[in-house]
Design a protein around this ligand. Structure first.
Ligand code: FES
Length: 107
């Protein structure tokens, strides 16, 4: 398990014990974290699971693939250097303590 902390746009925090192998999106949805819409169910085709990853974890979340890259450009909220689609981040032990911010708007 790895702890993932989701921070909402109003500063509200949700700490979730996520299973290794799950995704940051999946753990959020399963635990009722608001703001991760995940319209496509994790198929990397909607961008409604956009998050901003805490910079100190950015090098542990794996590379951004081409499809994700394109979708991030279409995300409604500002794209930042640490923008990711939560469905494309796989939970590992190394990510224990991962903090992600949920943008105020999803498409
Ligand atoms: S859930 Fe649709 S792109 Fe992540």
């Amino acid at each position: 398990m790895a702890k993932v902390i989701y921070v909402g746009s109003a500063g509200d925090e949700y700490a979730v014990e996520a299973a290794v192998g799950d995704t940051v999106m999946g753990a959020a949805v399963r635990n009722g974290v608001p703001g991760i819409v995940a319209e496509c169910g994790g198929n990397c085709s909607c961008a409604t699971c956009h998050v901003w990853v805490d910079p100190q974890f950015a090098d542990r979340t794996g590379p951004v693939q081409e499809m994700e890259e394109d979708l991030l450009d279409m995300a409604v909220s500002e794209r930042r250097a640490t923008s990711r689609l939560a469905c494309q981040i796989r939970i590992t032990e190394e990510l224990d303590g991962l903090t992600v911010e949920i943008p105020p708007e999803q498409p």
